[in-house]
Write a protein that binds this ligand. Structure first.
Ligand code: NI
Length: 174
């Protein structure tokens, strides 16, 4: 497995519409494993392919506690089959927006269909943090980041901070 560099906002590569995978073959399964390794190291609870520069509809999630056994979910071509009218609010963060957080409201319950690492169609019902996390990662596949769900004032504030951070890092790297 390999750890991949994570792209941080603002960056046009986080705005792309990702392509569905034809099938989950060995190469796609390896991408999923590389994404998981990258996510665990970061550390994070979810990662979508465009965050590591892959424009395919792939995401990984693992909400298991740090000291417990890992329970990774690997999804290709995820689609929401159903979502509740009821909404839930969580404070979201993102590996592509380091140290930035905001409350985001999303459907509280979802049913999602996807291809797993063995190219088998799976359906999963999720609520709580898992439902939020899957929807957050699915957004990335359509070029949407969590700050796109908050007020334009808050979004500008966060993106300004990140731009500043990038400039500082670029200077430090000279
Ligand atoms: Ni994210």
């Amino acid at each position: 497995m390999a750890v991949l560099p994570i792209i941080t906002a603002p960056d046009p590569r986080l705005k792309v519409q990702c392509e569905p995978v034809e099938s989950v073959d060995a190469a796609i399964a390896k991408m999923m494993d590389d994404m998981l390794e990258t996510m665990y190291l970061a550390p994070g609870i979810g990662l979508a392919a465009p965050q590591v520069g892959i424009t395919k509809r792939i995401l990984v999630v693992d909400l298991s506690p740090k000291d417990g056994p890992r329970e990774p979910l690997r999804m290709a071509n995820p689609e929401i089959l159903w979502h509740s009218d009821e909404l839930a609010t969580y404070e979201e963060g993102c590996l592509s927006l380091p140290e930035q957080y905001a409350d985001v409201e999303r459907p509280a319950h979802i049913k999602v269909r996807y291809l797993d690492q063995d190219n088998t169609v799976q359906e999963l019902e999720a609520d709580g943090l898992l439902a939020t996390c899957i929807q957050h990662e699915m957004d990335h596949l359509d070029g949407v980041i969590f700050v796109d769900h908050v007020s334009s004032l808050k979004r500008r504030m966060i993106l300004r901070k990140l731009t500043k951070l990038k400039k500082q890092e670029a200077l430090a790297g000279d």
